[in-house]
Design a protein around this ligand. Structure first.
Ligand SMILES: *Cc1c(COP(=O)(O)O)cnc(C)c1O
Length: 675
């Protein structure tokens, strides 16, 4: 390692750390930056690159904790040299996965994610780094990211779009740029230039595509402006840049992935470009080309909610890809049929298209796999539901990103991949376990009004304000709720957070109702809504509450991951038996709201679930917390040891590798040999 004899050396050493997202899951690295100027670091969304840009050489020289810096450098060195899980296997050297996603949640300071899908993608990359899996990722660089939420005086959500300045983010030049031909308003094809950035996520490179470059017309510059904003035209342009531009970026970078993973259908147009390459560039006949394409593609579907399974008007798709389709040797009718479940449909759906062009498909929990097989069965009319080729890999979370520092130190790390040794939870004595939790709770309580009591049972609920997540279920009986909040002996407290989609007036009204209730006298200062739910706030919440509440309308929560983050911190889940909780729940790990009964209409379901929610709170959760500390500690240990060990992305990635990536890779090689 270099000596640190001058401010320039010091800055270079710090830039090396800030330039790799490794800092986001090595707490000491974050701490190193926080100590430079805690207030400024927080004001800058905990962004190390931006902080370094603002501090002068003199300030750096005076403030850097050199001992800590040396420890972080040594830790990173060890991390780099560690022999990984993948290296200990003896696999084909050609194996490489290209992972496509329209959002990546890696750190608060890189706001190119909106919620669960993005956080999952980010955690996927972090685990690929931990395990050493050969993988590169592709996404979009949104100049205005996803919005930041501010509430006005009446509790109404307003959206702010602070610009993302590449110079103040850990973006590196990838050294490539590509073009994608898109029609302008007059239907003339314009070669849109796409710049490629690289974000380093430990061992993994994430390439972000950006159309805001000189030379592009205004409409093209704005394609990558924001995540989930704009109309259908804007959306299809983004998805063409991601899919087609993504494949071209890989080629420009000299990368030859053997497996393509579409994380949700947004990137599905990449299949069209790959097909074109095979047919037009490599002169493979259409049928074998399609076989090869399918063999080497993994597709993960993420939601049974219709809005999440994108459908475009056929004319809009035709206007954008007709010439590419021709070059694949396909007629328009043949192509458009691939985007439909049945010939009777009229649009072009990305999920059917993705399913029809991939041999390997999966949902994100066992239940979601089942629901997906039913949902998409019509694509395979000759098969029974059970034989529909959609499997399941249950989601996870990246444990080192989400675990609280106090608990992480208590558990220690497993040698192999540096993950916490979850099984040790059973050996921890009551006092240490409780003290670690109390410390995390104190950290969260710094964000809460002083009316909150750190000894009182605290429930957390944070998620996107999508209707099916029913953030207001607990408000459905205000009197009964007020009674629980006001109980002098065994009071309940509730913290909520979450953003509504900018176009979702209903979601915003819901937030406003919650804020109004929180301010009302019936809440008695025991309900709080925290603004701007993002990853740092999510960390504080999943580490610092006592119970994590989740009450989606079954079976619409495909997986859910925030409950997994809570569990590995010893925060006890209380949830509807939906998504991952069907697999995670037992009497040793938490509480179930109601059963697996599904009503014939939403209103009946909602009232039955609300009743079940109050019942479980009154009869199980509150008594266990206040009157049976031994049981509570048992639930905390069960959550950490059983759920933490299972619902993490290292386990998830091993499953992807063994049951999808490697079989896809081998399938492709076999086809190449046969050709
Ligand atoms: C984990 C996370 C989510 C996803 O949580 P769900 O339980 O799937 O709703 C959304 N937003 C943020 C900021 C997160 O950290």
């Amino acid at each position: 390692m270099n000596e640190l004899d001058s401010p320039a050396d010091l800055r270079a050493a710090l830039r090396e750390i800030s330039g790799n997202l490794w800092f986001s899951w090595l707490p000491r690295a974050r701490h190193l930056f926080a100590r430079l100027d805690p207030d400024r670091f927080a004001a800058l969304d905990h962004n190390p690159t931006a902080l370094l840009a603002e501090l002068s050489d003199d300030e750096l020289w005076a403030r850097v904790d050199r001992e800590l810096l040396e420890r972080v450098r040594a830790e990173l060195e060890r991390e780099r040299e560690r022999r990984t899980w993948w290296e200990r296997r003896d696999e084909d050297e050609r194996f490489l996965v290209a992972y496509f996603s329209c959002e990546f949640g890696l750190d608060e300071s890189l706001p190119i994610y909106s919620g669960g899908l993005g956080v999952l993608s980010g955690d996927h990359l972090k685990s690929a780094s931990d395990l050493g899996v050969p993988l590169v990722a592709l996404g979009l660089f949104y100049r205005n990211g996803y919005f930041r939420q501010v509430l006005d005086a009446s509790g109404w959500q307003e959206e702010r779009y602070p610009p993302n300045d590449p110079a103040r983010l850990p973006l590196h030049e990838a050294g490539a740029s590509v073009t994608v031909a898109l029609p302008d308003e007059e239907d003339a094809l314009v070669d849109v230039r796409v710049h490629v950035w690289r974000v380093q996520v430990g061992r993994i490179s994430l390439f972000l595509l950006d159309t805001d470059v000189d030379g592009n017309p205004e409409w093209a510059r704005s394609i990558t402006d924001a995540l989930y904003g704009g109309d259908r035209l804007h959306r299809i342009r983004q998805e063409l840049v991601l899919g087609i531009g993504g494949v071209r970026a890989l080629r420009a970078l000299g990368l030859e992935p053997t497996v393509f993973h579409m994380n949700e259908g947004h990137s599905a147009f990449l299949q069209l470009e790959r097909l074109r390459e095979l047919v037009e560039d490599e002169h493979v006949a259409f049928e074998p080309a399609l076989q090869r394409l399918r063999a080497s593609t993994v597709f993960t579907t993420h939601t049974p909610v219709p809005a999440g399974n994108e459908i475009f008007d056929a004319w809009l798709v035709q206007r954008h890809v007709e010439s590419l389709v021709e070059r694949c040797g396909l007629t328009w009718d043949q192509f458009v049929a691939m985007g439909r479940t049945t010939p009777a449909e009229s649009g072009f759906g990305l999920t059917p298209f993705a399913l029809r062009t991939s041999t390997w498909a999966n949902g994100v929990s066992e239940l979601h796999g089942e629901v997906s097989r039913e949902m998409w069965q019509a694509i395979w009319p000759e098969r029974s539901v059970d034989d529909v080729p959609i499997g399941a890999v249950t989601n996870g979370v990246h444990s080192r990103t989400w675990i609280g520092g106090e608990l992480e130190r208590l558990l220690g790390a497993e040698e192999d991949m540096g993950t916490p040794d979850f099984a040790r939870a059973y050996q921890l004595d009551d006092e240490s376990l409780w003290a670690a939790h109390a410390a995390a709770k104190r950290r969260l309580f710094e964000r809460l009004p002083p009316t909150f009591d750190p000894d009182a049972l605290t429930l957390g609920f944070a998620r996107r304000f999508a209707t099916y997540k029913r953030a207001d279920l607990i408000l459905s009986d205000r009197e009964r709720l007020a009674g629980l909040l006001a109980d002098p002996e065994r009071p309940l407290q509730i913290v909520l957070a979450g953003k509504a989609h900018p176009a979702d007036e209903g979601g915003k009204a819901l937030i406003q109702r919650i804020v109004e209730f929180a301010r009302s006298s019936s809440a008695g200062g025991r309900v709080a809504f925290l603004e701007d739910y993002e990853m740092t706030l999510a960390c504080d919440l999943v580490q610092g509450v006592d119970v994590w509440l989740n009450n989606p309308r079954r079976p619409l929560e495909a997986s859910g991951t925030s409950g997994m983050k809570a569990a590995l911190n010893g925060v006890v889940n209380c949830s509807i038996l939906d998504g991952w909780w069907c697999e995670g729940y037992s009497e040793e790990t938490g509480f179930a709201i109601g059963g697996d009964w599904v009503a014939s209409n939403d209103a009946d379901q909602d009232s039955a679930d609300a009743a079940a929610l109050f019942e479980v709170l009154e009869q199980q959760v509150i008594p266990a917390y206040y009157d049976d500390r031994a049981r509570w500690l048992g639930l905390m240990r069960g959550s950490i040891a059983q759920l933490g060990a299972r619902f993490n992305t290292n386990r998830m990635l091993v499953e992807y590798v063994e049951s999808l990536y490697l079989p896809a890779h081998r399938d492709l090689l076999q086809q190449l040999q046969a050709a």
